[in-house]
Design a protein around this ligand. Structure first.
Ligand SMILES: C[S@@+](CC[C@H](N)C(=O)[O-])C[C@H]1O[C@@H](n2cnc3c(N)ncnc32)[C@H](O)[C@@H]1O
Length: 289
């Protein structure tokens, strides 16, 4: 028994150290490559395994021997940087992700947005930057239409949702999801806003109205605005380098109405005098007037 344990233990140690070495190679590679794409290694640390997996597949497809050879390839091939950039898109999302942030949206931020739009006799405007497969903009749409009393006649909200990834945008327009994407949504809300189609839940037509999906690279493009509310969660403030974050914040400042709201993820922060945070809501910032 002890011998088996020792044997298995040795195997485990060998396998773990081989894995660790590969992980260390990939980490070293990312620490070299990410800053050149103005991306932030600290943001990628936790999700590096999925990025490393894609890279290993790419290295194998190119017939290269490992990360060192891939680095050499990149040094002489400007096009390959674009391929690498795509491997660095992290696409995790779900409806009402970060329940606490969405509670603040429901109870305070969206009512304030609605009140302002109503008093200015116009539709409210929202931008979801890095919208993945539409979970975030449709979450806003559901809260706005179902949970908020937007007056009679109802104040409308238009939502522009942008992402760099064509496949995700196609899924967003399709609007159908597995039940696991909806695990933070109350059953009554699911029953109101979705219809079952086979094994998937599809957002009903009325909750798609006013949601427009656009392919845009946040590093160089932005919808015109102005917006009452911008959500930028788990993109710029996790994965972009600080210098790029600053440029994005300038764009957000230009696109938000005075005292408009910027919402980030619950693991993110914006330390910028143009965007003071709101008391009791550490992930909601206003554009200082
Ligand atoms: C982790 S997901 C976040 C989705 C959603 N905001 C949320 O919090 O659930 C990040 C999204 O940003 C997109 N993305 C990555 N780089 C981008 C860029 N430069 N411009 C626009 N979108 C980008 C990815 O395709 C992905 O859909």
């Amino acid at each position: 028994m002890a011998a088996t344990f020792v044997m298995r233990g040795r195997h485990e140690v060998l396998r773990t150290s081989a894995l660790a070495m590969r992980d260390a190679d990939c980490t070293a590679f990312l620490q070299w490559a990410l800053p050149q794409l103005e991306l932030n290694w600290a943001g990628f640390r936790k999700v590096r395994r999925q990025v490393c997996k894609r890279m290993r597949q790419r290295i194998a497809a190119l017939g290269l021997s490992g990360f060192a050879a891939y680095r050499e390839r990149l040094e002489g091939d400007a096009q390959e940087w674009q391929v690498l950039d795509q491997f660095c898109h992290i696409t995790i999302s779900r409806f009402l992700r970060d329940r606490g942030v969405f509670d603040h949206l429901r109870t305070s931020i969206l009512p304030a947005v609605a009140e302002r739009a109503r008093s200015e006799r116009r539709a409210a405007r929202c931008w979801s930057a890095g919208c993945a497969s539409g979970e975030e903009p449709y979450s806003i749409r559901m809260l706005w239409d179902i949970e908020l009393d937007c007056g009679n006649p109802r104040t409308k909200m238009s939502i522009v949702a942008t992402d760099i990834d064509d496949a995700l945008l196609a899924r967003a327009r399709d609007g159908c999801y597995s039940r696991s994407s909806l695990r933070e949504v109350r059953p009554e809300l699911i029953a109101r806003a979705f219809e079952q189609t086979g094994s998937r839940l599809c957002i009903q037509a009325q909750y798609r109205e006013g949601v427009i999906f656009l392919k845009q690279d946040l590093r160089s493009e932005a919808p015109p605005g102005p917006f009452d509310l911008i959500l930028c969660r788990y993109l710029a403030f996790t994965y972009f380098a600080p210098s790029l974050q600053q440029r994005i914040l300038r764009v957000f400042a230009a696109r938000l109405v005075p005292n408009g709201f910027l919402v980030v993820g619950s693991h993110e922060n914006v330390a910028d005098p143009r965007f003071p945070s709101i008391a009791g809501m550490p992930h909601v910032f206003t554009r200082a007037d």
